[in-house]
Design a protein around this ligand. Structure first.
Ligand SMILES: Cc1ncc(COP(=O)(O)O)c(C=O)c1O
Ligand SMILES: [Zn+2]
Length: 433
């Protein structure tokens, strides 16, 4: 994404009126540390580096905070004290994502040669629009309220479009979202059904994203909150809740290894940020963990850079069935490389065939029907175990971030075992008994 400041083009908060976003106090540049007041901006005016949320958590007592979280609602708002949202957010109309299942995957563990009780799948297909994107949109929508936007928008590989559509409908925003025109039917219907505008762009995700950057700088897009562009610092924080939930569900313990999908890389970087915050707040023990990134071979710019030992991610033209991860020029790619290397993890990729196999494997062993992104993480976990990079004796969490019902084409060969006439003779003839 081309870096550009947008504060002077977004209207309502150009006067930098203070806003109430709970413990969030400023935006801070990831590169140079320069701080600016909270507002709908995403790039540093000094160095064009990405901005992220800076918090003041100094008033929190660890045990009081833990009790407050545990007594909170069974959704992401239990972590409101750690998010850029006002204290009363749980009372507002939103779709309340999160607190999805952490499934102990002993059958899958057996297949993959992992010790019993050590493998878990964080199944985020259980969110309201069936992907982890509900978490990030829930944050962006609070920022949009604070900055008085009335239209929500985004560039999307599919899941985000659905999440924005649903959240906007519930919260009373207009929505107008942009996707590559040739996405899976399940993703298109899921994004359109909520009544907002859905625009297909002739091009891939990177073309869609470039178009949205242009729109932001144009009077046409004035007053629009683009959840993953000018609201990106707020949006991105939603992924921290995955880290919080995983640790709380493991009894306030950091897993030894996590396998996380990469599209823009935002989710992976914020999972790391969430784990670091829990350590600093004393909510979990400070112990080493490894984060592994997962891509599809047909769109593997971060994996390629990792394997080549590069710090810079060279853009690729995506060609994979894992369309939700098909970002050829990932904004957070370099940060993902840092995290994989710093934690002792890795970035790996799998072929489309391995993605399909992994979708089937997870379904057969654990009863979880993942979308292609889940096929990527399970496939990568398998590959990392085989290559010895992932330790099968340690606690490992593999993320499934979306629902297989949205990517039925990927498993189109799956179907009836037999077709018979409605009598016993015909059933016997089918050779199933
Ligand atoms: C199902 C699913 N998983 C993971 C991702 C990766 O998200 P990120 O851009 O934060 O890396 C996406 C992005 O669209 C997605 O749709
Ligand atoms: Zn900067």
């Amino acid at each position: 994404m081309a870096a550009q400041t947008v504060g002077n083009t977004t209207g309502p908060t150009a006067d930098s009126t203070p806003v109430d976003l709970g413990p969030a106090v400023a935006l801070s540049c990831r590169e140079c540390g320069h701080r600016v007041p909270l507002g709908p901006v995403f790039a540093c005016e000094e160095c064009f580096g990405p901005l992220e949320i800076a918090y003041d958590f100094s008033a929190y007592d660890t045990e009081e905070l833990r009790k407050r979280i545990e007594a909170g609602p069974a959704n992401i708002w239990r972590y409101a004290p750690l998010l850029p949202v006002p204290a009363d957010v749980a009372d507002k109309p939103n779709i309340n994502p999160g607190w999805t299942k952490l499934v102990q995957a002993d059958n899958l563990a057996r297949e993959l040669g992992v010790d019993a009780g050590k493998l878990f799948v964080k199944d985020d297909s259980g969110n309201p629009t069936h992907s982890f994107k509900d978490r990030v949109v829930a944050q962006a929508i609070e920022a949009a309220r604070a900055f008085h936007f009335t239209t929500l928008s985004c560039s999307s590989t599919g899941n985000l479009a659905g999440a924005v559509g649903a959240a906007a409908a519930r919260a009373g925003f207009r929505s107008c979202v942009f996707i590559p025109h040739d996405l899976e039917q399940g993703k298109i219907v899921m994004a359109a059904i909520y009544g907002g505008e859905l625009v297909g762009i002739e091009g891939n995700y990177d073309d869609v994203n470039r178009f949205c950057s242009e729109l932001i700088g144009d009077p046409v897009g004035e007053g629009w909150g683009f959840v993953n562009v000018n609201l990106r610092p707020y949006y991105a924080e939603g992924s921290k809740t995955l880290a919080y939930e995983i640790c709380e569900q493991l009894g306030w313990r950091i897993p030894d290894q996590l396998v996380v999908p990469i599209a823009s890389g935002s989710q992976l970087t914020k999972i790391d940020k969430g784990l670091q915050e829990l350590i600093k707040l004393g909510l979990v023990e400070d112990r080493p963990y490894k984060i592994f990134g997962a891509q599809a071979e047909g769109c593997s710019p971060v994996s390629a850079a990792y394997k080549a030992g590069h710090d810079v991610v060279r853009p690729q033209k995506p060609n994979t069935i894992a369309k939700s991860l098909a970002i050829g020029n990932p904004a957070d790619g370099p940060y993902v490389l840092d995290i994989a290397r710093r934690t002792g993890g890795a970035v790996e990729d799998v072929t489309d065939e391995q993605v399909v196999d992994a979708i089937g494997l997870l379904a057969r062993t654990e009863g979880i029907f993942a979308e292609t992104a889940g096929g990527v993480t399970v496939g990568v976990a398998k590959k990392l175990i085989e290559s010895g990079l992932l330790d099968p004796t340690l606690t490992t969490v593999v993320l499934n971030t979306g629902d297989g019902l949205k990517t039925l084409d990927a498993v189109a060969g799956t179907g009836l075992t037999a077709t018979i006439r409605p009598n016993l003779e015909s059933f016997r003839e089918a050779g199933l008994v």
